[in-house]
Design a protein around this ligand. Structure first.
Ligand code: HQG
Length: 178
């Protein structure tokens, strides 16, 4: 498998569908590296431990983390399977951004920003990231979130190991839509 294929496949099995290769994640999202490689191979997805570690190290968004012992791997964010990443609440910057597209704006005005299928709603501290996130779905529309005020009002924020800001929900009152 090519590097990009391995990366996409790891996202699939570590965030969404571990059952694709009959893999079990622990409650915090970790999988044993050797077991993962074996299960992938059994199901026809062949790559070496060296290739796996290369993908983890060189991934553009640092999507995956290896634990201190070097024996376990997990996705740092983006899950749809229920896992507890054990992130401590953190103080967000005054402003965070969310990239989306026009067709969702009416619903977002009405219901706020929802986490949809994932365990958290994803926000970014920089505009460029939000533009890239929105662009996955079409012409990006960038929403500005008053995260400072949300934090003061008691909403919890978490910072993933790879720098993505996570929260449960952003009510319409904290969202500026251009
Ligand atoms: C939208 C990728 C209707 C929301 C990216 C988004 C990110 C609503 C979509 C990460 C809504 C959910 C996450 C509402 C939100 N009504 N639509 N009330 N509230 N939405 O993929 O943020 O490359 O779950 O705007 O780069 O697009 O995979 O979230 O368009 O970091 O590592 O519903 O996934 O990272 O889509 O993307 P997603 P997202 P990776």
């Amino acid at each position: 498998m090519k590097t990009i294929e391995i990366s996409k496949f790891l996202s699939l099995i570590l965030r969404h569908k571990p059952e694709t290769v009959q893999l079990t994640l622990d409650e915090h999202g970790w999988a044993d590296v050797d077991h993962l490689l074996e299960q992938c191979a059994i199901h026809g997805y062949h790559f070496s431990k060296e290739e796996l570690f290369k993908v983890v190290a060189e991934n553009d968004k640092q999507r995956f983390a290896i634990d201190e012992s070097g024996s376990r791997i997990r996705a740092s964010q983006g899950h749809t399977v229920a896992v507890d990443l054990q992130l401590a609440p953190a103080t967000p910057p005054a402003t965070l951004y969310h990239g989306t597209v026009e067709k969702f704006l009416d619903a977002i005005r009405q219901d706020g920003l929802q986490k949809m299928q994932r365990n958290h709603l994803h926000l970014s501290a920089n505009l460029e990231t939000a533009v890239n996130v929105g662009r996955r779905r079409g012409a990006p529309v960038i929403l500005t979130i008053d995260s400072g005020r949300m934090h003061r009002d008691g909403f919890l924020f978490y910072l993933s190991d790879n720098g993505v800001w996570l929260t449960e929900f952003v009510p319409p009152a904290y969202i500026s839509i251009p």
